[in-house]
Design a protein around this ligand. Structure first.
Ligand code: ADP
Length: 480
């Protein structure tokens, strides 16, 4: 029997559990990692494109500086009418205005007319590497090239301070955006993980409560999303466990009750016989004996039902012609029906073939016929028929007996249910017969039904899948 510990609420259980930080942290870290990778890739791509652009820009700037210098020099050359001190006088000023570039002027005869490399760098110029790195422009006077200007950047790139600032700023902005994106990803990850994890935590807490024995706990989740469906399934599962637990307790107490009253009565009778208060005569011994037999039958029926329910009863399955099977059974009841002044009629459709256990199906129908005999007053009719439908065969037992009230109809298939205890006890009913009928039908993948009206009669039906329907189902299954 499960124990019930309602002291812990869902919230308490949830609090008592380790917070699901691991999951949130993992999700947040995953988000952050994705963001970081995205940021790094963007930074790399940006850097490649941006650096290429700056490099080209630097080259263009240096070339334009070389052109301007050559232009200025050609004007000076024209003014001074050839090479002199005055021709190259403006060059130091031009160089000072540059973004850190050296100027070398070589005339058409190959003579170096001006070079500020040594002055600006403190080192002598390496003519080979200098010329390869430098940008050049021709100094043209009239139509004649009188010299070549070589300008070389002192830095890796020829950029103005504002250009350098722009480049650094753009990297800083991009980096800041990256950091913000990563932080946002972490926060989103945590929030997302929490919203995702909370329903799981709730379901887990409810499961915990159930494990502790509180079968009234429910997730109470409603909605149409997957998690709500999970919650609803869990609730349904707990409800069915609870129902089973209630049923189990009911069953135990019912069985104890069923046994206790007759046992006490028998004990009192036997004690009275021992004390000599009652004579141990034949009639009393017969009564005691029939009560012992009844109790034996009750225990036997109970065991039989339990075996059926647990699937422990060995079933001897074979192809059966239901009409033939039930007709034989009805015939065996004819004598009794005659004695009790009941009209017993049978009709059966041909070829109602099913795959089942002949003994069990006979037993189920026998229970229905016995009930009909028991609850139909003399002069009434019991009609037993076997009908063949498209997919199922029906075994119908209809009587013109006392009927069952609407309230009781839903409970007749429950164990130990009796519409009227006093009446049935006298007539020897155990309250297990219909539970056995239902179990046997279900063991055959079928089901049972009942229609009844008080004072008019009852109709019980057992539905068993036809052999043909069973085969086509199996075929479909093996195809899939
Ligand atoms: P029992 O052994 O008491 O008949 P069952 O499980 O077979 O146990 O039936 C349960 C109860 O259902 C019966 O006690 C009776 O009240 C009601 N019942 C069953 N069959 C009929 C019937 N054909 N007519 C009226 N009542 C019936």
């Amino acid at each position: 029997m499960p124990t019930y510990d309602n002291s812990a609420s869902v919230d308490e259980v949830r609090r008592s559990r380790a917070p699901w930080t691991t999951y949130s942290a993992r999700l947040a870290l995953t988000f952050a990692a994705v963001a970081a990778v995205t940021v790094i890739i963007s930074l790399l791509l940006f850097a490649i494109v941006w650096e290429q652009r700056f490099h080209n820009y630097s080259e263009e700037q240096l070339q334009s500086f070389a052109n301007i210098t050559a232009e200025t020099l050609s004007q000076r050359y024209e003014l001074t009418g050839g090479w002199s001190e005055m021709t190259t006088r403006a060059l130091p000023d031009i160089s000072a205005l540059s973004n850190g570039a050296t100027i070398m002027v070589v005339d058409s005869a190959g003579l170096v007319r001006y070079d500020d490399y040594l002055e600006l760098t403190g080192q002598p110029r390496d003519p080979v590497s200098s010329v390869s790195k430098a940008k050049s422009a021709a100094v043209v006077v009239g139509n004649q090239q009188v010299a070549t200007v070589y300008v070389e950047s002192l830095q890796e790139e020829y950029l103005s301070p504002s250009d350098i600032n722009l480049r650094a700023d753009s990297y800083r902005v991009l980096l800041a955006t990256g950091v913000i994106a990563i932080m946002l990803a972490i926060v989103t990850g945590i929030v997302f993980a929490r919203t995702l994890v909370n329903p799981f935590r709730h379901i887990s807490s409810v499961a915990d409560l159930v494990r502790r024995g509180n079968l009234t706990a429910r997730t109470g989740m409603v909605g149409n999303d997957e998690l709500s469906h999970l919650g609803q399934s869990v609730d349904e599962m707990i409800a069915s466990i609870e129902q089973n637990a209630v049923y189990e307790r009911q069953l135990t107490s019912d069985l104890a009750h069923e046994l206790r009253t007759p046992l006490m009565a028998m004990q009192a009778t036997i004690e009275a016989m021992i004390d000599g208060v009652l004579p141990a005569d034949q009639t009393r011994l017969d009564t005691l004996n029939s009560e012992v037999i009844r109790l034996g039958r009750l225990v036997e029926a109970q065991l039989h039902l339990a075996r059926l329910e647990q699937g422990k009863a060995v079933m001897h399955l074979e192809n059966l012609d239901l009409s033939q099977l039930i007709q034989g059974l009805v015939e065996s009841h004819e004598m009794l029906a005659e004695e009790t002044k009941l009209k017993l009629v049978f009709s059966g459709d041909p070829a109602a073939l099913v795959y089942g256990d002949a003994d069990l199906l006979r037993q189920a129908t026998n229970n229905l016929i016995s009930n009909a005999e028991r609850y139909t007053p003399p002069g009434g009719t019991i009609q037993v028929s076997v009908r063949r439908e498209t997919r199922v065969a029906r075994i119908v037992v209809a009587d013109t007996g006392i009927g069952i009230s609407e309230d009781d109809l839903s409970r007749v298939f429950l164990r130990f249910f009796r519409a009227d205890e006093g009446r049935d006890r006298e007539s020897g009913g155990l309250g297990v017969g219909l539970a056995v009928v239902k179990e046997i039908a279900e063991q055959h993948h079928g089901w049972v039904g009942v229609e009844s009206e008080l004072g008019k009669g009852s109709t019980f039906t057992i539905y068993i899948p036809l052999l043909s329907a069973r085969k086509s189902k199996q075929k479909r299954r093996s195809k899939n």
